[in-house]
Design a protein around this ligand. Structure first.
Ligand code: HEM
Length: 601
């Protein structure tokens, strides 16, 4: 990594001005600021920042680029050339500098100009990009942001309104699912509880077969096993979405969506609401706010009905959990965990969290949304990347075989699954979820050398940070080895805020440890058993944006069973206290739980 520390700092991101507005407000209004540090060198060769998937990721043997790849490169080059030509550049010097210049021409002495009130200080103007984003149609929005960054540098102002396609208000648009959401002070305490909860997943309870991570992934393995037998290709993006929905439902409120097996009403309702939230966040006109529209539009009526079903279900779950907690005799303490119901909801209620059921419901809904599609997207893009780098996949499978053998992964295994963790670190670098973070300035401030007005929206393009050619050697290459295997787990602090897999600061992701363990369990259990290749003839894997980076047409893969040397499972005996007695507990082995598997296991 070519680290350039001075460039990588975020000099003026003072907590004062950049406190996260937890409800993402009014983004993409004209005059939003986009940040991307560090500034690239002038003349730095533009890189093709989406790895082209020739033959859908299977390299053609003679190394000839596919037609799609060439088209993709041509499109990118055209976009870069248009931006560089100044098509989107605003020539302006700003009112205050102009005023000073006029006063100076009239002979006003410099000493006087220098003591003019602060508001007249001569700040340089932020480079400005202007236009109609519709003219950049056909790209996920963070791609033009990257091209603009290569042209304008680390900080520039976007004036892509009023025709800006992404003009909208995701904060407001998500509110229909989780009300006003948690108020910041309460959210902090909840985040603390949740962070407090995360270490407790290190307890042996979560390594038990009852824990949702392994159980849900096991169901996915069985599905893939059937597909492998039938020689059918599978669409992994939707399977990962279902996997993570099952996991988060179970972990949050002990609810079995079982979406991998069934399409029940509640599963459909969750997807209806999630898709609506994503659509609203990129829709130019909030038609859903028109009162009559809500009642006559079949789609909006479906959204309302779905929301009611979800809210009723959550209310029931909260009520059941409250009763359980009331009947419980156990005193709450830091390591508290209810073995029958180790859910976050139970933990929060047992901790004496004194909130209304509505608030609790809104909080759970927030976590459901924040923790579902993000993890699904990480798994999707990780498997996409792995399918293009057989060498990385082989190394990963070696590690999994030697560390886990036929066991289910446990939290203790995480420290030994070092390469697996690096694969996830690298996948999160290339495909950050979400690719852009948004803040609103609460007061006038200065960012770098530029003034920021109160109320101004600031986009922090994590995509740009993670792809910056000055920061990363071979920035576009999927190279888990770039992270030293025995080094610290890379995070925003030890990477000097040039790597933000889970955000940073007071509003950093509260589910980072949860998500890491979830991803490790899913990846290790899947690659242990199967090989994955992009399906022949499947559509090219392109990107599109919702709240996270989705594929344009799914991730169609051919899954085959691995031929692996059988490993004699270790029958470790573990003891744990159950109601004051020592209970014998034998951790399940993969073989035991996959007893329906035939052949080569
Ligand atoms: C690999 C999966 C995940 C990724 C990449 C991820 C990423 C992020 C990022 C970047 C943020 C900061 C957003 C911002 O600054 O505007 C965030 C916030 C958040 N995440 Fe995650 N997340 C993941 C999984 C989860 C999970 C599993 C949960 C819940 C169990 C969760 C709950 C949250 C919540 C509640 C917030 C808002 C925190 C606040 O506003 O204080 N996330 N996540």
């Amino acid at each position: 990594m070519a680290a350039s520390a001075s460039l990588l700092q975020l000099p003026s991101l003072s907590p004062r001005s950049l406190q996260l507005n937890s409800r993402l407000n009014n983004i993409f209004k004209p005059n939003s600021l986009a940040l991307a540090f560090p500034k690239p060198n002038n003349g730095f060769p533009r890189c093709s920042f989406i790895a082209c998937a020739s033959n859908n990721g299977r390299e053609s043997e003679d190394g000839v680029k596919s037609v799609e790849c060439l088209v993709e490169e041509k499109k990118r080059a055209e976009l870069a050339a248009r931006i560089a030509s100044g098509e989107f550049t605003v020539e302006q010097s700003g009112f205050l500098p102009q005023l000073k210049s006029i006063l100076s021409k009239f002979g006003v002495p410099k000493e006087f100009l220098d003591i003019l009130p602060g508001s007249l200080r001569d700040y340089p103007e932020v480079p400005q990009a202007k236009g109609a984003l519709s003219s950049l149609r056909g790209e996920p929005f963070f791609i033009p942001l990257y091209e603009l960054f290569l042209t304008y540098g680390g900080i520039f102002r976007l004036s892509f309104g009023p025709k800006f396609e992404l003009k909208g208000n995701p904060g407001r648009n998500f509110r229909f699912c989780y009300g006003e959401g948690p108020d910041p002070s309460r959210w902090r305490s909840m985040a603390c509880s949740t962070k407090g909860y995360c270490p407790s997943i290190a307890s042996e309870v979560c390594s038990s077969y009852d824990w949702p991570f392994g159980r849900a992934t096991d169901r996915l393995c069985k599905k893939l096993d059937a597909a492998a037998s039938d020689g059918e290709d599978v669409e992994m993006e939707s399977l990962f979405s279902r996997l993570t929905l099952d996991i988060i439902g179970n972990a949050l409120f002990n609810y079995e969506f079982d979406s991998l097996s069934n399409d029940t009403g509640i599963v459909e309702a969750v997807y209806t609401v999630l898709r609506e939230a994503e659509d609203r966040s990129v829709s130019p006109i909030p038609v859903w706010d028109i009162p009559v529209w809500k009642d006559i539009s079949p789609r909006q009526r479906k959204v309302t009905a779905s929301l009611k079903l979800i809210n009723d279900t959550l209310n029931d779950l909260i009520a059941i959990c409250k009763r359980m907690v009331e009947e419980e005799e156990l005193q709450f303490h830091e390591e508290y965990i209810n073995e029958k119901d180790p859910s976050i909801l139970h933990f929060l209620l047992a901790s004496g969290d004194d909130v209304s059921s509505k608030q609790l419901r809104d909080d759970l809904m927030t976590m459901l949304i924040a923790g579902h599609e993000t993890s699904a997207a990480v798994l999707t893009w990780t498997f996409y990347l792995l399918s293009k780098e057989p060498g990385v996949m082989a190394k990963l499978q070696d590690e999994v075989d030697s560390v886990l053998g036929d066991r289910f992964p446990t939290v203790e295994d995480m420290k030994n699954l070092k390469y697996t963790t690096r694969v996830i670190n690298e996948s999160l670098r290339l495909y950050p979820q979400p690719p852009v973070l948004i803040r609103r300035s609460l007061e006038d401030d200065v960012l770098g050398q530029y003034p920021i007005r109160r109320g101004e929206d600031i986009f922090i393009s994590v995509w740009n940070l993670h792809h910056c050619p000055n920061r990363w050697i071979d920035a576009e290459k999927f190279n888990p080895e770039r992270w030293p295997i025995d080094g610290p787990n890379p995070n925003e602090v030890n990477q000097n805020f040039s790597y933000l897999p889970f955000g940073g600061g007071p509003r950093k992701c509260v589910g980072d440890m949860f998500a890491t363990f979830e991803n490790i369990v899913a990846i290790t259990m899947l690659v242990r058993r199967f090989n994955f290749q992009l399906a022949l003839g499947a559509p090219l894997v392109g990107m599109t944006t919702g709240a996270t980076i989705h594929t344009t047409e799914g991730l169609k893969m051919t899954v085959t069973r691995r031929m692996i040397t059988p490993i004699i499972p270790k029958l470790e005996k573990k003891f744990r206290e159950v109601d004051g007695e020592k209970a014998l507990k034998t951790p399940p082995t993969v073989l035991a739980s996959m007893s329906t598997y035939d052949g080569d296991q």
